[in-house]
Design a protein around this ligand. Sequence first.
Ligand code: PBG
Length: 324
Amino acid sequence: MVFPEYRPRRLRRNEAFRSLIRETRLDASQLIYPLFVMPGKNKRDEIASMPGVFRLSVDQLAKEAKDCLALGVNHLLLFGLPEKKDAMGTGAHARDGIVQRAIKELKNAAPEMMLTTDVCLCEYTDHGHCGCIIGNQVDNDATLEILAKTALSHAEAGADMVAPSDMMDGRVGEIRAALDENNFDQVPIMAYSVKYASAFYGPFREAADCAPKSGDRKAYQMDPANAREALREATLDVDEGADILMVKPAMAYLDIIKSLRDEFDLPIAAYHVSGEYAMIKAAAANGWIDEERVMAESLLAIKRAGADIIITYYAKDMARRLKG
Ligand code: PBG
């Protein structure tokens, strides 16, 4: 079909036609909202580089969860800021740790809210790395046991799903085994399978107080230059028992989302990370872009690239917009 017989504009004539042929749609039920939980009472600290995102004390969580549910957002991703940090990140698997307390509070207040936990050590180690340090490097195999313990402690507290973000080799299998041995075979793993060593995490590290005190994360997170390696990482996680594969960050890695979509039949998640959110906020604050439209277009692009699930600080705003 060629012009003038075929005229693409025919089906763009009005919103009813545009909507009729729309290929991609966002749905609040596929958005996950990250929450930062901090110690103390009555705390609602706005994160300077992430306007509209707060660190909340445990007593503030119930209200937040109810607000999300009212908008149709029924999945949360929990991050914890512990009271104390140490070399081995033991706060990550403490029975009365910050995330474990948050889960109990949320399950009490809003049992229908689905809770996924970030499984990582960087918020809990005094050195800020995602694993324990032996000699002068982040020791992969010694970290696995701590991660498995952490995931298990989250499941015991009532978490519905765990999401390891540490990028140690073999952690998905280790976590799966620990969950299965303890009768948590129904708790899925959403693996941060393809997580790049990205500068887009900057604002998050302020929010979660987890920047490495020395060095960087390049010895465990992936090189942004690599696309084929993403498939190898994802293949390992599939073989180790991952239920959902995640790509992170999102906007600068749409090609990676697309190639995982084409290669694998598991659900794909994408994390629209802190720096992506902060950039839109900053430009909007200057009056340079239309925040709502840029938000919606960004999330739509992530979905169009092949993500089923989007983790985003915009989950509530997007859900509000979808409600109309
Ligand atoms: C912890 C973790 C990070 C993010 C999610 N889990 C930071 C990092 O790896 O340095 C980033 C999320 C965001 O930027 O929104 N390992």
